[in-house]
Design a protein around this ligand. Structure first.
Ligand SMILES: CCCCC/C=C\C/C=C\C/C=C\C/C=C\CCCC(=O)SCCNC(=O)CCNC(=O)[C@H](O)C(C)(C)COP(=O)(O)OP(=O)(O)OC[C@H]1O[C@@H](n2cnc3c(N)ncnc32)[C@H](O)[C@@H]1OP(=O)(O)O
Length: 228
């Protein structure tokens, strides 16, 4: 039997329709974005500077104390729990998804963060991975490329109207992908066969296609249309 769509799980409105990152939904999320940006900066600085041991130890002590101050607050673990709070501070599911996703979340310090938008039946994305994402010397880690593709193809499947999980991702790495450069991704639905959505995508650095991806996403059984 079809589940009754719950407003709390409606993701519509999650994806942008323009290359502009949307403003945070409130001051709390704006502050989280700024903290995430500071954490990314700190991480990249630690990885790319010749830092004296004493300074590293001092910063560690400060950061441990700051982490404890944050941890002293009420625990709200994960997208679902955050959405169920349904408060002005926590926002609705699309807002939360936009902020905390590990590939595109503006408020998630481990996200590069990639920005995704939909136009003309395709999904586009741009991202500028820093030194924090290095794999081979001076180039982007292949596992991070897989993350970016999973997210962009996963976002693109919503064009079909039904959400699903990643079944298979197949990536071909054509050329090394430079760091600290704005990359563009594009994805579209190739075909739909039953519950299987076959997606295709490409990663571009300027006019060089550095990787391409095919993905199969399996529509959720009995999942309400509202999740798409
Ligand atoms: C909570 C669900 C909602 C998910 C939310 C996702 C997106 C929301 C939408 C928009 C949001 C925006 C961005 C996207 C965000 C994130 C994207 C990343 C998503 C992920 O990162 S997600 C984590 C990694 N992912 C998993 O953790 C999956 C683990 N796994 C399973 O949960 C099952 O394994 C499943 C569901 C895959 C299938 O299970 P099932 O029981 O529903 O399917 P079943 O066996 O009935 O097969 C039906 C037909 O699919 C074929 N088939 C089966 N498995 C296949 C496979 N792996 N590859 C290719 N084809 C496959 C069969 O061959 C058959 O084909 P045929 O009909 O022709 O016989």
């Amino acid at each position: 039997m079809q589940k009754t769509p719950s407003i709390a799980y409606n993701l519509s409105g999650w994806m942008d329709t323009s290359p502009e990152v949307r403003p945070a939904v409130n001051d709390n999320w704006q502050s989280r974005r700024e903290l995430a940006a500071a954490l990314r900066r700190l991480n990249t600085a630690v990885l790319t500077r010749d830092v004296p041991t004493e300074l590293l130890q001092s910063v560690t002590a400060t950061m441990q104390a700051e982490a404890a101050r944050i941890e002293a607050n009420e625990v709200v673990p994960g997208t679902k729990a955050q959405a169920e709070r349904n408060s002005t501070q926590h926002g609705q599911l699309p807002d939360i998804f936009y902020e905390i996703n590990p590939a595109s979340g503006q408020s998630n310090a481990i996200a590069p963060p990639m920005h995704i938008w939909q136009t003309d039946g395709r999904v586009h994305a741009c991202v500028t991975p820093s030194w924090s994402y290095e794999g081979p010397f001076e180039h982007l880690h292949g596992g991070i490329i897989a993350l970016l593709f999973d997210q962009v193809l996963g976002a693109g499947q919503r064009i079909t109207g039904v959400a699903g999980r990643t079944g298979t991702l197949e990536i071909r790495f054509h050329h090394p992908t430079l760091l600290n450069k704005t990359l563009h991704l594009v994805a579209k639905v190739d075909r739909v066969v039953g519950r299987k959505k076959f997606m295709v995508g490409e990663l571009w650095a300027d006019d060089v296609r550095t990787a391409s991806c095919k993905g199969v996403f399996i529509s959720e059984r009995n999942w309400p249309d509202a999740i798409a």
